[in-house]
Design a protein around this ligand. Structure first.
Ligand SMILES: Cc1ncc(COP(=O)(O)O)c(C=O)c1O
Length: 509
């Protein structure tokens, strides 16, 4: 049964109730307070005041976040106060990526103005799926795809691409296209008669590659790990042998997914050699350049990605090394003809074949998302305001600082860098004399316990990693405000906390 129609009085009462939620004056008042607050916050965080991570256990944050939902709505005049109070709460208990002592996961101290462009898209709710819902932001995305694709090395007009919500979704979409190209009936018929296909990837590739295999119906057990060389890069010679064996076994290969760079130590796979092997066996080459793509802006570091133009598909996260807020990731296809191969569906209630330009501007035809936020607005804004030289500078500064950290670690008797950095990711261990003679498991456990103590203290934020099963410390220098002095301080902080951890763990007892 339908509910009875609202009376005119009741309608008017509801309209009165919702009016503050849409009141532009309230937005202006709350917005100017937010800008003041964020300005002061960034200033203090960037000056290294206060902790990096505001650590407290999940239960405490759950209670605080839930409490505000239960609070009664206040009077109209108090809305800006209430807004500010909530904004302060978020900042007081968050992670401070702009703190120069944030050296953790691959999420940057984002360019603050890029965030303002995101806010512009969010507040006016510019969305995509069809061009007519977000005409200008669709154009923004298209011009960025063109510019970034040319940096990959492809001639204008020959390739295609789009932005999507993160590198994991980007990898999934590109690999779905690869699957549909390798197995042209899989979209309609599934994989029952597909002959047990596999996905080949490096042993260090990001988990989203194996996850994609699960989602695509291949099964994660059909992910064949290509062996790595001594620098943890995919070994093309052994890849060649592997592809020969798979061919002899009659196993269809969906794609070879290379990494530029892989997450654990930032190793860049040798693309020219891998591309040659893929051509020999007629296999789709996918390059996950979620992290390393940014190096294409740098004259000093572009050579890390030599050969990327030979990939059939590429993933590149702007919310990593192009320093824009999450999420903004791109998928590219070298041949524009593949742009509709991921999804083959019609939706007459949405896509209008009569629209001018039609399919190429209705980006929902190419993405998993239907409604999609204007993900590329922050990148477009930052690029337009500061120019592309900013991205080159950010890459050069952070990569250079990582090499300096490597040098510093090499000079310290109680630290061991575990590889030479190719970019701004570096794994290492702290090995105080007390650990002499300890086995790999104890050494690894100590690194992880030490990291936990340091991040909860708020002194620094760094990431964990396990290499060949043994725990280690891992930094990504992804805040251009971090200095060499901060890195000296990081080592001393690890020593200081290390003493406490050593007293608490079994090995010294
Ligand atoms: C190499 C690589 N690929 C993919 C991803 C996943 O990207 P996202 O976090 O945007 O989903 C990451 C994340 O760190 C990564 O390092």
């Amino acid at each position: 049964m339908q509910p009875a129609n609202l009376s005119a009085d009741r309608q008017a009462e509801i309209r009165r109730r919702i009016s503050p939620a849409y009141d532009p004056a309230i937005l202006v008042s709350a917005g100017s307070r937010l800008m003041e607050l964020l300005g002061r916050h960034l200033e203090s965080v960037q000056n290294r005041e206060g902790p990096v991570l505001n650590w407290r256990p999940p239960a405490e944050n759950l209670a605080a976040a839930g409490e505000t939902l239960a609070a009664p709505a206040g009077p109209l005049a108090e809305i800006p106060d209430r807004f500010e109070e909530l904004a302060r709460l978020v900042l007081a208990h968050g992670q401070n990526l702009h703190h120069p002592r944030y050296v953790g996961h691959q999420v940057p101290a984002s360019i603050p103005l890029a965030g303002l462009f995101d806010a512009l898209g969010a507040i006016s709710n510019q969305v995509m799926a069809v061009y007519e819902m977000g005409p200008f932001v669709t154009a923004v995305e298209k011009v960025l795809v063109e510019q970034l694709g040319m940096r990959i090395g492809w001639p204008a007009g020959t390739f295609a691409g789009f932005a999507t919500h993160g590198g994991s979704l980007a990898n999934l979409t590109a690999l779905l296209t690869a699957r549909n190209v390798a197995l042209p009936r899989a979209w309609e018929q599934g994989l029952a008669t597909a002959g047990n296909p596999v996905l080949v990837t490096g042993a260090d590739s990001h988990y989203s590659i194996a996850r994609a295999a699960g989602v695509l119906g291949l099964g994660t057990e059909q992910v064949v790990k290509a062996e790595l060389d001594s620098r943890r890069r995919m070994d093309p010679v052994r890849l060649d042998t592997l592809l020969r064996r798979l061919r002899d076994d009659g196993r269809p290969v969906i794609a070879v997914a290379a990494s530029c760079c892989a997450t654990p130590i930032g190793a860049f796979d040798p693309l020219p050699e891998i591309a040659e092997v893929c051509r020999r066996w007629n296999v789709w080459l996918h390059v996950d350049a979620a992290h390393g793509g940014g190096a294409l802006f740098s004259d000093r570091h572009r050579s890390l990605l030599v050969g990327i133009d030979q990939a059939d598909s590429v993933v590149w996260d702007a919310h990593k090394m192009l320093f824009v807020p999450a999420l903004c990731a791109f998928v590219f296809y070298r041949k524009a003809e593949h742009r509709f191969d991921a999804f083959r569906q019609s939706a007459p209630y949405l896509f209008d074949p009569a629209a001018p330009g039609g399919a190429d501007f209705d980006l929902g035809l190419q993405t998993l998302e239907c409604t999609k936020r204007a993900a590329a607005l922050g990148l477009w804004g930052a690029w337009s305001v500061f120019g592309p030289g900013l991205f080159a500078d950010l890459v050069d500064l952070t990569f250079d600082l990582t090499r300096k950290l490597h040098q510093l670690l090499t000079e310290q008797p109680d630290f061991t860098p575990l590889h030479e950095p190719q970019c701004n990711i570096l794994a290492f261990r702290y090995l105080p004399v007390e650990l002499a003679g300890a086995g790999p498991a104890e050494v690894g456990d100590f690194q992880l316990a030490l990291r936990r103590q340091v991040i909860e203290s708020g002194d620094f934020y760094l990431a964990p990693v396990k290499l060949d099963g043994v725990g280690a410390l891992r930094v990504t220098l992804i805040n251009p405000l971090t200095t060499l002095q901060d890195l000296h301080d990081l080592l001393n902080t690890l020593r200081r906390h290390g003493r406490e951890v050593l007293h608490a763990v079994d090995i010294l007892k």
